[in-house]
Design a protein around this ligand. Structure first.
Ligand code: THU
Length: 132
């Protein structure tokens, strides 16, 4: 197991860095690694709206760019100021399904510390995959 409260704390801290001048909706993400370190992310918007990067993908791209792989990941947390827990968008689910193991726990939360844990495969049971 892992400390869900500590992982959520990291996502809440990362959320403070969100660059969301257009939607004003800040999102934070944190990934706990097997070495005990955290990789964090926030949403980063752009005046050309479609170029916005969600918090989840920011964290996942940092994971890969820093040399880690899915086998280094214990769990991932997402947080936002929603009434229920926040759920990742479809684009992020597709990226999560490729860069994380199917059984990786995703801790869905909100800023009031509501929590719900689902596996990647429960969030996206089917995904696009290139086969050669
Ligand atoms: N957003 C995320 O960062 N993650 C999600 O799971 C949903 C949406 C961001 C994108 C945009 O900056 C803002 O939230 C409003 O859609």
């Amino acid at each position: 197991m892992y400390d869900q409260n500590m992982l959520l704390d990291q996502a809440l801290i990362a959320r403070c860095n969100a660059y969301a001048p257009y939607s004003k909706f800040k999102v934070g993400a944190a990934i706990l690694l097997t070495n005990g370190k955290y990789i964090t992310g926030c949403n980063i918007e752009n005046s050309s709206y479609g170029l916005t990067n969600c918090a989840e993908r920011t964290a996942l791209f940092k994971l890969i760019s820093e040399g880690y792989t899915k086998s280094d990941v214990v769990a991932m947390c997402i947080t936002g100021d929603t009434e229920d827990v926040i759920y990742p968008c479809g684009a992020c689910l597709q990226v999560m399904s490729e860069l994380l193991r199917d059984d990786t726990p995703i801790l869905l939360t909100n800023t009031s510390r509501r929590m719900k844990e689902l596996k990647v495969s429960e969030l996206l049971p089917y995904q696009f995959e290139l086969k050669d």
